[in-house]
Design a protein. Structure first.
Length: 528
């Protein structure tokens, strides 16, 4: 019997398990893969370190308080961002550098300078809203009853600003493309701004990114150092972690789980920090005697039918026999690069109902127009590549359903190598001339790879797609504290499927909120 079982060893599950084990309750974390971390991790290959998920970690008033509260010994390096279009690159080192971004756009689209100015003015407003939203350390990581000074000097003054700012943010909870269309009809300009983001990303989230970029950090040793530190903390405080353990069934009445090896785990409280579809596929509403619970569970299951996971990515990792200084002269270690000013709209929608030749032609066009996130670990931590060599992670948002179409047509492996060639060719002809002749090795991951590794619906990397209507997760700022609730008795949820929009900070926050809710429930159970 465990006081608490956490299912899912991503950052939300690790956060929840850390706080539960800290409390002294008997805690078990179950992870289906051979290692924890989910979409946050690093691995070494022939002396090169690559990150196999997110390229840097964002604070947002959440990461730092969690690290401090748990006492994690994690060294964080600054993670400067650069943005490039064709042969023009700007660095974003401060809020004032938004002027550089404006100049970049104006130089690419000189006929739209006035429209660019209007868009930048809106971005500045949204950045100020985000300053309020993330302006203090999240109070979920403070015991306010023991820290009255923080309550009165920080929380209360901030709360008044927050109350007035949230309605303004809510008005911007509309897709970013229609918002930009109010200021310009230049579709290429709209694309260049918006194609960094997932389809239908809310305006307040998308256009705040110049502010959020300033809040990124890189753990010394790679992003995988964060889950490693949490794992060590859990085990040090008496928590148990079982990897290679896939949960196959749940009995919420008798309160136990079964895994694929027929092991049985009893629990008092459970946190589900994995894909929501997996949870609700294991539960039949009729198992409950109470009509209100039956109806609530059935309603939740119905709300998930046909819902889409957010975009996935195609990620290409390459090791090259090129000095890091070659790249330092061009961009920062975290670089968003668009090789053409033309914009992705001219490429057309993914050809989901087409044959191989049409798809290949589309891929070639797509590869020359899309925006790439390029991460170069050695530019931030010199120990992450052999001397005189460089490892690059090059990724772009990519459609899961097109990947699945290719897989079903039987040319999935050919597609991977072909698309790798296309990406390398584009970079060789634009920002990195000569790179094609310096490759030591290369390998890639597709949306299907991410689906297989994480079990996330459609290989999604940030929970639910913004195109879902209604959204099957809480998406109201004022209700985030309630996002961890489920209709299943003694089952709490956490992670990227819990609140939208999501990412690393939301996963950490919901993990902490879920742990707090479980601890409250356990204390009530003991008293009764």
């Amino acid at each position: 019997m465990y006081d608490a079982i956490v299912v899912g060893g991503g950052i939300a599950g690790l956060t929840a398990s850390a706080y539960l084990s800290q409390s002294g309750y008997k805690t078990l974390l179950l992870e289906k893969e051979s290692k924890c971390g989910g979409l946050i991790g690093s691995f070494e290959r022939e002396g090169f370190t690559f990150d196999n998920g997110i390229r840097a970690i964002e604070n947002s008033g959440i990461l730092f308080p969690m690290i401090r509260q748990l006492g994690l010994d994690l060294e964080l390096l600054k993670n400067p961002i650069s943005l490039g279009i064709e042969d023009k690159v700007v660095w974003i080192n401060s809020v004032e550098d938004i002027k550089k971004y404006q100049s970049l756009l104006s130089s690419i689209y000189p006929q739209n300078c006035n429209e660019v100015q209007e868009i930048i003015d809106e971005i500045k407003k949204i950045m100020k809203y985000m300053e309020v939203l993330y302006g203090i350390e999240n109070p979920a990581f403070r015991d306010l009853s023991k820290d009255m000074n923080f309550l009165f000097t920080k929380i209360l003054p901030w709360a008044f600003k927050y109350i007035f700012t949230v309605p303004k943010i809510n008005k911007l909870n509309i897709p970013v493309v229609p918002f930009l269309e109010k200021y310009t009809q230049n579709r290429a300009l709209i694309d260049i701004i918006a194609q960094h983001f997932f389809k239908d990303t809310p305006t307040y989230f998308a256009l705040s990114y110049l502010k959020i970029y300033l809040d990124y950090y890189y753990p010394k040793g790679g992003t995988g150092m964060l889950p490693q530190k949490l794992i060590s903390y859990i085990e040090k405080n008496g928590g148990t972690i079982h990897t290679d353990t896939r949960v196959t069934s749940i009995n919420p009445i008798k309160k136990y789980l079964m895994d694929s090896k027929d092991n049985k785990y009893d629990y008092r409280q459970m946190i589900w920090a994995a894909d929501q579809n997996s949870l609700y596929s294991m539960i039949h509403p009729d198992i409950f005697q109470e009509d209100d619970i039956k109806q609530a569970v059935a309603k939740k299951q119905a709300s998930l039918i046909g819902k889409l996971g957010n975009d996935s990515i195609f990620a290409l990792n390459i090791a090259v026999n090129i000095e890091p200084k070659y790249f330092t002269a061009k961009n920062s270690g975290h670089f968003f690069y668009t090789p053409s000013r033309q914009g992705l709209t001219s490429c057309g929608e993914a050809p989901l109902n087409s044959e191989k030749k049409v798809i290949i032609d589309w891929l070639r066009n797509f590869s020359s127009l899309t925006t790439y996130e390029i991460s170069i670990p050695v530019l931030r931590d010199p120990s992450l590549a052999p001397s005189g060599k460089t490892g690059l992670m090059i990724s772009t948002l990519f459609d899961y359903h097109l990947t699945k179409k290719i897989f079903d047509q039987g040319w999935y492996n050919e597609f991977r190598y072909l698309f790798e060639d296309m990406i390398i060719d584009v970079l060789n002809k634009t920002i990195y001339p000569g790179i094609v002749n310096s490759i030591i090795y290369r390998f890639s991951s597709t949306p299907i790879s991410f689906e297989n590794r994480t079990a996330n619906t459609h290989g999604a990397i940030t929970g639910w797609a913004f195109t879902n209507n209604p959204m099957p997760a809480e998406n109201r700022l004022v209700s985030i504290n309630n996002s961890t609730e489920t209709p299943i008795p003694d089952v709490i949820q956490a992670g990227q499927w819990t609140y939208s929009p999501s990412g690393l900070p939301i996963s950490i926050l919901t993990g902490k909120l879920a742990a707090d809710r479980v601890l409250t429930n356990l204390k009530k159970e003991i008293k009764s």
